[in-house]
Design a protein around this ligand. Structure first.
Ligand code: C2E
Ligand code: CA
Ligand code: CA
Ligand code: CA
Length: 276
């Protein structure tokens, strides 16, 4: 291989070229990855803050590349989104999550009430038959609709408020719950909450990270919880890594929490071992 020249521009453009071809290669590799069994779901437990009982789980996608090993979701989901592959993978994720949730429900007892939370990207929400896909997956699985939660980011919902509001309205009419993910990072503000049809907000982990040190972050977190409650919404805190963060959240009446201190994302069997 040639040594990079002193010419900064040439070096820079080479690096860009490499980044582009890496993306193209990743897109090719990602095509058919679900069918080949390289993609799978893990489940991160979500707990009630008041009594620390298991409430549900967030489904998180994993890609085990046959040569490169595990690929970070932040990287490959972006590729899937840009290329449109998310419209193929997304419905598989929904079907698999519903099927898995039915498996843990079969244990009965407390497992009957556990919800499964699924991440939905902007492109997925806007794809023509998203609503029908969701309802079909639900019907197929036999899962009660209120046990399916969809997580959408603020920007997904607010960029195209009219259309998004319509789709979300339909899904909520069928009983599915809708959450605003990464809440607080978009700075669209609490006032928008009145206008978007959601059941709850997920406070972004960047706020939770500093909640014990930074009085501003604690004030913001407390304000989000109080405001959401006054609008009849539920609040999840994500990224809880320390007991002290959990204790603060409990003192502010946060409803639900998830994070490494409470539990890592787990394979289905390991997650099911947490039940009871
Ligand atoms: P997200 O929806 O904000 O998911 C939470 C991320 O935080 C997950 O990263 C999770 O593993 C991580 N996490 C959980 N607890 C902690 C903690 O205590 N500390 C820290 N530092 N991190 C924690 P992951 O699995 O790498 O996923 C990254 C992002 O990829 C997700 O962010 C979500 O936006 C996207 N994603 C994952 N699965 C799917 C999917 O099935 N569909 C779509 N559209 N997006 C997905
Ligand atoms: Ca999420
Ligand atoms: Ca999040
Ligand atoms: Ca801060």
């Amino acid at each position: 291989a040639k040594v990079a020249g002193k010419n900064g521009y040439r070096f820079y453009s080479r690096a860009m070229e490499q980044a582009v071809s890496r993306r193209v290669r990743m897109e090719q590799d990602l095509r058919g990855a679900w069918e080949r069994g390289e993609l799978s779901l893990v489940y991160q437990p979500i707990y009630n803050v008041a009594d620390k009982r298991l409430a549900g789980a967030e489904a998180l996608l994993r890609w085990q590349h046959p040569v490169h090993g595990p690929v970070a979701p932040s990287v490959f989901i972006d590729v899937a989104e840009q290329s449109g592959l998310i419209e193929v993978i997304g419905p598989e994720v929904v079907r698999a999550a519903c099927r898995d949730a039915m498996r843990w429900r079969q244990r009965g007892g407390a497992a009957n009430a556990l919800f499964v939370s699924i991440n939905v990207s902007a492109r997925q929400l806007r794809s023509g038959d998203f609503r029908d896909q969701m309802l079909a997956a639900l019907g197929e699985s036999g899962l009660p609709p209120e046990l399916i939660h969809m997580e959408l980011t603020e920007t997904t919902v607010l960029n195209d408020e009219e259309q998004a509001r319509k789709i979300l309205g339909h899904l909520r009419d069928s009983g599915i719950k809708v959450w605003l993910d990464d809440f607080g990072t978009g700075f669209s503000g609490l006032s928008h909450l009145r206008r978007v049809p959601v059941d709850g907000v997920k406070i972004d982990r960047s706020f939770i990270a500093d909640v014990m040190r930074d009085p501003d972050d604690l004030a913001l977190t407390s304000a989000i919880i109080a405001m959401a409650h006054s609008l009849g919404m539920t609040v999840i805190a994500e990224g809880v890594e320390k007991e002290g963060q959990f204790d603060l959240l409990r003192s502010r009446n946060c409803d639900l929490a998830q994070g490494y201190w409470l539990g890592y994302p787990l394979g289905l069997d390991e997650f099911m071992a947490l039940i009871d």
